[in-house]
Design a protein around this ligand. Structure first.
Ligand code: GDG
Length: 739
């Protein structure tokens, strides 16, 4: 693959300046730990903040750091102290972090933070643009850099950009609280691929985009009109073998090589098989549910006195964001709770909670995992949670029990764990009791299943899937990118048309033959349009097919006496030249209208200017005459609501221009078009339409068909033109060309 630029707030290594000069350490955290080993296997450069203020460095330091980081394939980006504070402690960790983790009560909305966030994202963009090369792949990580994809795209439109969000993406109800919500979404949509850990975050994001920006999505693609963006979920894995191997080695370390921590654990905890260790590891963060965990442990000690003197909770809380007030308050609460529990139940032989407030080196971390019988992971909200996965990876014998919060993304993949609700203190206490009593065979059976998955879907596989998906989006975009119709193409279409003996022309009505605004009943076809269509229809080589979403009556009134074939209601009805209307699908039903009509009526009552159009097998809610913003917002809400309501009704919800239509499944312009062509051989096929109901037709037609979309650049059509005027011009020129 081409060169990869990885961009995240922090580099995977941190620079420190102390008495012994400059030192470089491994950064702690999911992203750094996870990607550390594998990113060096690729032709890649990592851009991020090195963890130090450049003001503290002299030219010698700078040179040394530069050389060291170059070896690590890292490119440092320095941020001035004030901006760093406002952007990192401020907007990232006092605005986005709490809001995205469903803590609106901790969320600060300060213009000053937002300004700094924009400045720092721009700084990142400048850095990227100073080193970017054509064909580079750019992979941006996390919530600190939500604006970066668009900033890069604006200056480098053809580059391939992926964005991965490591934290949850909240539901619309939370996200809408953000004053800069549109800018954030637009920023993210600068990427070609947007990844989340689990489907729930993906669907929240899509719904926010639809409600706030008005871009629709289908399957997992968002079409902004001039680009297609893929949104998908990629549950992040761990470096499984590294944890598994490290744990295997611990078991065979000779006595004289054992570390202090290992010796202490063996001395104090492995005295009898009765003693059990519960492990809790997190950054000290209010999202991680550490106090809930302590309350639950306390409850457990109350409920199960038989375990006194036997069970110890090791609580490793890694200092984090200690400049943010909420974190300071929380630290105090945890300190007090630990003190309370130890004070109440501890004795000379037994300290119920072993509390570490620091970060440990990797080897010690694995020792803790290795000796623990129970992993207690109880976040109140967590994007994924890698600790849960690492705990299982170190259980080389298969023995051990994981208690996992259902609010962690990891719970979706690890259902064999004991899954708890972190707010249910009693429930967690019981889960601890259950874990202590779980039979060894049961433990092994559960863990082996999870291990198989973790081994297979490890961090390398995760990265590869993300990167391959990025490549895939580019191919997809090329496939969907209609070319602007040029004079040369028109010429080509015309010359094929002249030469051919049997032609079929599929023409949509609204937005294609008349302007989109002329949608009401009172703007019938004009003289010019009749002349063009009549002329085409008089040529007996041609079949002119008007394929519209309009109802039969209207089409009859306008074109009933014409020599055209008419398709009404997206192809539910067909009228041949001089014939009568026939239903194309006998499976069609309309009893469902009784259920759906009241929903639409409610929207009519609440949205002045909107109205319901009833067709034989469909209902449509039109909002072209409403206040544009309000109407659009209501339309998104309605679409969301209908998506839920139509389950099991065999219906589909289609969105046209300023209309939402509910109709029977399996009927669309594509099925009608292909039925019309049937086994007949046409030398020349032309299809023109303007909204996504026409996409079905473009897709169904044979490869040699000339397909033209009016307005949308991203379409299944081969070409696009600007407006209905261009369509008329093309058709006029065709009529005027004599064979
Ligand atoms: C964010 C999201 C998502 C912890 N203490 C020490 C240490 N660690 C390592 C663990 C693990 C990582 O840090 C923590 O990862 P988590 O996933 O548990 O949590 P966050 O830091 O909040 O990460 C999270 C993650 O991004 C990845 O997308 O899963 O939801 O919040 O790898 O081993 N490592 C060392 N010493 C410690 O004391 N060496």
């Amino acid at each position: 693959m081409d060169r990869l630029l990885i961009i995240s707030n922090r580099l995977p290594v941190s620079v420190k300046k102390g008495d012994d000069g400059i030192t470089i350490h491994q950064s702690v955290g999911g992203l750094a730990t996870g990607m550390k080993t594998f990113y060096k296997k690729l032709d890649s450069t990592w851009i991020g903040w090195p963890g130090i203020d450049q003001q503290e460095l002299n030219s010698e330091d700078n040179k040394y750091i530069h050389d060291q980081l170059e070896k690590e394939r890292c490119e440092p980006l320095y941020i001035n102290k004030r901006d760093l504070d406002l952007y990192y402690n401020g907007f990232s960790n006092k605005t986005i972090w709490p809001l995205f983790h469903y803590f609106p009560q901790y969320t600060d909305y300060h213009e000053e933070y937002w300004q700094a966030y924009q400045r720092v994202n721009e700084l990142f963009a400048e850095k990227v643009l100073s080193i970017i090369k054509e064909d580079d792949f750019i992979w941006i990580h996390d919530y600190h850099l939500l604006l970066l994809p668009k900033l890069i795209r604006d200056s480098f439109p053809d580059t391939t950009i992926g964005f991965f969000n490591h934290i949850p993406f909240p539901s619309y109800e939370l996200f809408r609280l953000l004053p800069w919500r549109e800018e954030i979404l637009e920023g993210m949509l600068g990427a070609d691929l947007i990844g989340f850990h689990i489907y729930d975050y993906e669907r929240h994001f899509n719904s926010c985009v639809r409600r706030l920006l008005g871009y629709d999505y289908s399957l997992n693609r968002i079409n902004t009109g001039d680009r297609i963006i893929k949104v998908d979920n990629f549950p992040m894995g761990i470096d499984y073998d590294r944890f598994y191997q490290a744990s295997l080695e611990i078991g065979s370390i000779k006595e004289e090589h054992k570390s202090r921590l290992q010796k202490d654990i063996e001395t104090f905890f492995r005295t009898t098989s009765q003693r059990k260790l519960i492990l809790s590891i997190d950054r000290l963060d209010y999202t991680k549910g550490i106090s809930n965990r302590l309350y639950a442990f306390q409850k457990f000690l109350e409920k199960y006195p038989e375990y006194h003197d036997k069970v110890t909770l090791i609580l490793l809380a890694v200092p984090s964001r200690s400049k943010v007030e909420q974190y300071q308050i929380m630290k105090k609460e945890v300190d007090e709770l630990v003190g309370h529990i130890n004070g109440k139940w501890g004795n000379v032989r037994w300290t119920p909670v072993w509390y570490f407030y620091r970060s440990l080196p990797f080897d010690d971390l694995v020792i803790l995992y290795y000796y623990s019988d129970i992993g207690l992971v109880t976040p109140v909200r967590d994007g994924m949670n890698l600790v849960a996965k690492e705990f299982i990876a170190t259980k080389t014998t298969g023995k051990g029990v994981l208690i996992l919060s259902e609010m962690a993304g990891a719970a979706k993949e690890m259902s064999e764990a004991i899954v708890i609700n972190p707010n249910n203190i009693e429930g967690i206490a019981n889960a601890i009791g259950m874990a202590l009593k779980m039979k060894v065979e049961d433990q092994i059976a559960r863990n082996r299943k999870i291990q198989e998955r973790l081994k297979r879907y490890n961090v390398e596989r995760w990265s590869n899937e993300f990167l391959n998906s990025m490549k895939g989006v580019r191919t997809l975009q090329k496939r969907f990118l209609a070319k602007k119709i040029t004079e040369e193409t028109e010429q080509k279409i015309r010359s094929e048309y002249i030469k051919s003996g049997k032609n079929i022309l599929f023409l949509d009505y609204n937005g294609t033959l008349v302007s989109t605004r002329d949608k009401s009943e009172y703007s019938p076809p004009d003289k010019e349009l009749y002349e063009i269509l009549d002329k085409l229809a008089r040529d007996n080589r041609n079949e002119v097919v008007l394929i519209s979403s309009r109802d039969r009556k209207t089409l009859d009134r306008w074109f009933g006496d014409k020599e055209y074939i008419l398709f009404a209601e997206h192809g539910m009805w067909e009228k041949k030249k001089n014939g009568s209307w026939i239903k194309l699908n006998n499976q069609l039903r309309s009893a469902w209208k009784k259920i759906i009509r009241p929903v639409l009526e409610l929207y009519v009552d609440r949205t002045p200017g909107s109205f319901i159009e009833e067709k034989s097998f469909s209902l449509a809610w039109h909002y072209e005459k409403t206040d544009p913003d309000y109407g659009a917002q209501r339309a998104f809400e309605l679409k969301d609501e209908l998506t839920e309501r139509i389950i099991n009704l065999d219906l589909q919800v289609m969105e046209g221009k300023k209309v939402i239509e509910i109709k029977n499944l399996g009927v669309n312009k594509g099925t009608a078009g292909s039925k019309k062509i049937g086994g007949d051989q046409y030398d020349f096929i032309l299809a023109i339409g303007d909204d996504w109901t026409d996409e079905y037709l473009f897709e169904e037609l044979p490869d040699n068909a000339h397909t033209i979309n009016v307005g949308l650049k991203y379409s299944r059509a081969k070409y696009y033109c600007e407006s209905h005027r261009d369509v008329r011009e093309l058709l006029k020129n065709m009529c005027e060309t004599e064979p």
